[in-house]
Design a protein around this ligand. Structure first.
Ligand code: NAP
Length: 292
């Protein structure tokens, strides 16, 4: 017997988007509220994104997460973008409301919520960030609100880190020093309190380390946005070097909870979402081991 399609459709759009943990998390939330809704994965290539975003109302999609590599482009394709997401220049959450496509960013608030749970303070701290894509932009803008001493950004494509630093200087004049580092070495990690990996390095087993191990020191708190694998090479080595370290699963949970609230107006069922995420992460890890 064929399953009846759910009356409300949600999903994540990315390219590639195959191994997202978001369907498990959001479908668990819908089940917790007995909602007739389903969350799917939409793999859409960059040149098809505009058509896909336009077609959201006709496809009956009420809510969408946006992931690699579409977050920045999506911001320019919507009917409305929240002031926060506009400032960041990246959208990770779309709500379709009476045919209107509205964009938000829950990555930054999700990151801060996880740091709060971990007891990590940002005020007066020296922060080094690897990457200058959508996630890095969200994180830098939200970290800047806590008035750290410095945010230094390194990106492979240095034009992007310079653009990000320029935008941070415009939006947060005064307290914090923002700078683009031309090399990882120039991040001066010996002086840093917090290192954030906001590149996609670490997702694949043969990825190189985003920083050389010699830069890691016990005073450093290392946050890797990558959550699959749960222990990236960066996390493994950071722990070995005596750093405190976390992967990005808590951020994924919090950004997902915030997206759910935007779409449904309901308080997200955290316990169910978190359990589903952990189970899906474990399952993904087991199936990746089967294929190696
Ligand atoms: P994005 O906009 O596509 O940016 C990707 C970033 O990674 C860019 O800075 C890019 O540098 C860098 N990069 C990619 N391949 C690289 C390589 N081989 N060497 C060095 N740098 C490389 O993607 P995003 O949305 O910012 O996501 C970045 C990472 O954060 C991904 O791993 C994503 O899964 C993760 N993320 C996690 C959460 C969470 O909730 N935990 C939320 C959002 C994102 P160039 O600009 O030079 O290409």
């Amino acid at each position: 017997m064929e399953n009846t399609p759910a009356s409300a459709l949600y999903g994540v759009v990315g390219y590639p988007a195959g191994h997202s943990l978001s369907p498990a998390m959001h479908n668990a939330a819908f089940r917790a509220f007995s909602m007739d809704a389903e969350y799917r994965v939409f793999e859409v290539a960059p040149h098809d994104l505009e058509t896909f975003i336009q077609s959201l109302p006709s496809r009956g999609i009420l809510g969408l997460n946006v992931t690699i590599p579409h977050k920045e482009k999506a911001a320019a394709l919507l009917d409305y973008v929240s002031p926060e997401a506009r400032r960041v220049g990246a959208v990770n959450t779309v709500k379709v409301h009476s045919g209107r496509r509205e964009g938000f960013n829950t990555d930054g608030p999700g990151f801060l919520a996880h740091l709060r749970e971990l007891g990590v303070e940002l005020g007066a701290k020296t922060i080094a960030v690897l990457g200058a894509g959508g996630a890095s932009r969200a994180i830098c803008f939200y970290c800047a609100q806590s008035a750290p001493k410095e945010i230094a950004v390194y990106n492979r494509d240095s034009a992007k880190s310079h653009r990000l630093v320029e935008a941070l200087n415009e939006n947060f004049p005064g307290t914090t020093a923002f700078r683009a580092a031309e090399t990882v070495e120039k991040l001066d990690l010996a002086e840093a309190d917090i290192l954030i990996n906001a590149t996609s390095l670490g997702m694949k087993e043969d990825d190189e380390m985003p920083v050389e191990p010699r830069y890691l020191h016990p005073g450093l708190f290392v946050y890797d946005l990558v959550y699959n694998p749960a222990r990236t090479k960066l996390i493994e080595l950071s722990l070995k070097k005596g750093c405190r370290a976390s992967n990005g699963l808590g951020m994924l949970l919090h950004q997902g909870m915030l997206s759910f609230e935007i779409w449904t107006g309901r308080k997200p069922p955290r316990k169910e979402m978190e359990t589903a995420l952990l189970e899906a992460q474990e399952e993904l890890w087991r199936s990746s081991k089967k294929h190696t």
